[in-house]
Design a protein around this ligand. Structure first.
Ligand code: FES
Length: 110
């Protein structure tokens, strides 16, 4: 099992689940406007614990293109593992969007 810490809340989730889905399915408000394809960066989170050392090419390229490399991570490109403490930075309630976006698939994309 993995543990997600978000603010004062803590959730037990399975290992190896896309982080954006683990957050949303735990009731955390987070956007995923491109449906998990490393295209929009709205699933961005800031880690305070448990940030993976590895980064998929799609995440690196998108973060570089938005000048966000080293600032945030894309939760659609990360799998749950161990203890992770994160802060979602773009949420339905903090933006003009009516919904979070199409649900990312369980399997990693792109
Ligand atoms: S980059 Fe769009 S959902 Fe992750």
């Amino acid at each position: 099992m993995a543990q997600l810490n978000v603010g004062d809340a803590s959730f037990e989730v399975a290992d190896g689940v896309r982080l954006v889905l683990a957050l949303e399915d735990s009731g955390v408000d987070i956007l995923h406007r491109c449906g998990g394809y490393a295209g929009c960066t709205t699933c961005r989170v800031r880690f305070s614990e448990g940030e993976p050392d590895e980064m998929r090419d799609a995440e690196r390229e998108r973060l570089e293109s938005r000048d966000l490399l080293g600032e945030v991570r894309l939760s659609c490109q990360i799998l749950t593992d161990g203890t992770m403490a994160v802060e979602p930075l773009m949420t339905v309630s903090s933006t003009e969007f009516d919904d979070p976006g199409d649900r990312p698939t369980d399997d990693m994309t792109p």
